[in-house]
Write a protein that binds this ligand. Structure first.
Ligand code: DAT
Length: 172
């Protein structure tokens, strides 16, 4: 049990559209873990550091994000949802799940979300290059980085059950 926490901290990461939010919100509902969506948190608290002209989006102020949730993370019992993972303190997480989706399924999901052009192709490319998986493996101990397929609702349910079982085992 890390740092005296009685409940684990879980990171759910992956390319946009791989299903982080559906998985993490349902997991929080089933387990009582506290759900933290980093994108929403930044928006609500204005945790930005400028504007990216090329991508027409705010630039996340990573230090401000870390400061904002440090106390809550120290207590444990959180499930964090974000499409990046290299700026969080390594000590925060007991396990890191990286969701994976095949190209055509991801393309369709992102198109439905209204992505097009460069934004759409770059996100699909990010998944093909397994950029987030490699970022996770570079940022956390390999043993705690778990890749999960997230193409179908059956896989979603399997993933939820696998994570619930892991939580039970962790909690002893
Ligand atoms: P993310 O939070 O990673 O951006 P999301 O949770 O918003 O992704 O999911 C994107 C869309 O894909 C949404 O319409 C739900 C659907 N979806 C996600 N995971 C799925 C799965 N395993 N099976 C079927 N549909 C899924």
């Amino acid at each position: 049990m890390a740092c005296g926490r009685t409940r684990p901290n879980i990171l759910v990461t992956g390319t946009p559209g791989t299903g982080k939010t559906v998985l993490a919100t349902e997991l929080a509902q089933r387990t009582g873990l506290h759900y933290i969506n980093i994108g929403d948190l930044a928006k609500e608290n204005d945790l930005y550091d400028g504007w990216d002209e090329q991508y027409a989006c705010h630039v996340l102020d990573e230090d401000k994000v870390v400061d904002e949730i440090e106390d809550q993370m120290s207590e444990g019992g959180n499930v964090v949802d974000y499409h990046g993972c290299d700026f969080f303190p390594e000590r925060w997480f007991d396990i890191v799940f990286v969701l994976r989706t095949n190209n055509t399924t991801l393309y369709e999901r992102l198109e439905q979300r209204g992505y097009d052009g460069k934004k759409l192709s770059e996100n699909v490319e990010c998944e093909i290059m397994q950029t987030i998986l490699e970022e996770a493996r570079d940022s956390y101990k390999k043993e705690i980085v778990i890749e999960l397929q997230s193409n179908t609702t059956d896989e979603l349910e399997n993933n939820l059950e696998q994570i619930e079982a892991w939580i039970q085992q962790w909690s002893g």
